[in-house]
Design a protein around this ligand. Structure first.
Ligand code: HSE
Length: 432
């Protein structure tokens, strides 16, 4: 039964996502009113750039460039924040929660850096903060972690959560072209930003993994806890070798809990071709969660773009509005059950792919094998490609059995120092 005449919304940010959200709310007004039980009114939309009023095609009286008009309007029940970044957005979210407004945000940076603090602030003020759109765009993953998977003890997350980098590695694998060429084309097509560093160097994926791991392991994982490597060192040779060996290369976000300690890392990884994640191509995202009761479950779909992101944001708004209309208290915020230790990257154990260029002379392989053996690293296979006759060099690819990262890094430094080694081309972890 409807208790409210209407529920009012304030929208902060009228960029591509904000305009998409405004459109979805206005176009679906009747269907949403039916789902909620009373009308949902977009009362105020804010952007500091007044030209956005035209581009978002909103009525004049709805638009404001003054955050106070929205944050201090007692009629506004729910604030949607899609400004992005943490400069202004964090302050606005805190202000909204403190003045008793519910918040829906897509802001991965703010949630990754300040999620636990904001959830506590929401609980203190008896309101809710929801952020389904902060990871995986239109893919439902936050609510499944907060609700549907609650019965599980989650042991691992393996995810492809950055569409830009997945688009780049997919094309590098398929077309044998180098990173810079694909990046430029991705920028022309709008799949990569003019400044691509956040995506390409793995920062975006780190924020998203911090959010997922915090919820999955019921602890606090901060972005700075996460080991990070981007994709800019990958070359077309790496993709050729990976294919020959039966692997795809993906930028993986990995979190695992072992013995009450959590390892969290974002880096390119060899993924066996037979695994589902190896087949996630282009701008698509996929998140595989391993629970003790469910086993592995995979969430797959479009991880970005105004339509998928609006889907997640508007669903959060509808669920909040349903509770408000029924006069229900906010759902309890997930709280860390305990602060867990972070496993240092130097302690992880994994297999490795190593590519190096050496002089083409007798005894080279023996010298490299000795270094690896001295560090208890066992070789699983070796490929040597025919020498470049002119340069008198050879390209050697070594796959190892599981080894400790610290041993591998020491062996790498010693190998690099050998006079016969011209260059270490790449070292990539294998995630079997
Ligand atoms: N830049 C992100 C990506 C989309 O490439 O996946 C927004 O999270």
């Amino acid at each position: 039964m409807s208790k409210r005449e209407r529920i009012s919304i304030g929208l902060m940010g009228l960029g591509v996502i904000g305009s998409g959200v405004a459109r979805a709310l206005l176009e679906r007004v009747d269907a949403i009113a039916q789902q909620v039980g009373c009308p949902l009114i977009l009362k105020r939309a804010l952007d500091c750039d007044i030209s956005k009023k035209e581009s978002a095609e909103l009525p004049d009286q709805m638009f404001t460039s003054d955050p106070n008009q929205l944050l201090h309007d007692p009629e506004i029940d729910i604030v949607i924040e899609v400004i992005g970044g943490d400069t202004h957005a964090l302050a606005y979210i805190k202000e909204a929660l403190s003045t008793g407004k519910h918040v829906v945000t897509a802001n991965k940076e703010v949630i990754a850096k300040h999620g636990p603090e904001l959830r506590s602030l929401a609980a203190e003020n008896r309101v809710d903060i929801r952020h389904e759109a902060s990871v995986g765009g239109g893919i439902p993953i936050i609510n499944p972690l907060k609700q549907d998977l609650l019965a599980n003890k989650i042991s691992a997350i393996h995810a492809i959560i950055n569409g830009t980098t997945n688009y780049i590695v997919t094309r590098m694998a398929a077309e044998n072209i180098d990173f810079i060429t694909v990046l430029k084309q991705a920028q022309e097509l709008g799949y990569a930003e003019a400044n691509p560093a956040n995506d390409v160097e793995g920062v975006d994926a780190v924020y998203k993994l911090a959010i997922l791991a915090t919820l999955a392991f019921r602890t606090e994982i901060h972005p700075e806890d996460i080991y990070r490597e981007g994709i800019s060192r990958l070359t077309s040779q790496d993709f050729r070798h990976a294919k020959e060996l039966g692997y795809a290369i993906k930028l993986l976000a990995i979190a695992k809990e072992e013995n009450h300690s959590v390892q969290v890392r974002v880096h390119p990884a060899f993924v066996p071709e037979g695994l589902l994640l190896a087949k996630v191509d282009g701008v698509f995202n996929a998140i595989e969660i391993e629970g003790d009761l469910t086993g592995k479950v995979v969430f797959y779909g479009r991880g970005a773009g105004p339509l998928p992101t609006s889907s997640a944001i508007v669903a959060d708004v509808i669920q909040l509005a349903q509770s408000i209309n029924l006069g229900l208290p906010p759902k309890p915020q997930p709280q860390p059950s305990q602060i867990k230790k972070i496993t240092s990257i130097s302690h992880i154990v994994t297999r490795y792919y190593m590519r190096l260029t050496t002089t083409d002379s007798p005894g080279v392989l023996a010298q490299i094998a000795k270094i690896l053996g001295d560090h208890s690293i066992s070789i699983a296979s070796v490929i040597q490609k025919e020498a470049d006759a002119q340069a008198q060099t050879a390209e050697i690819v070594i796959m190892t059995h599981p080894a400790q990262e610290s041993a591998m890094q020491k062996a790498l430094r010693e190998t690099e120092a050998l006079p016969v080694v011209k260059e270490i081309g790449n070292l990539i972890r294998v995630e079997d």
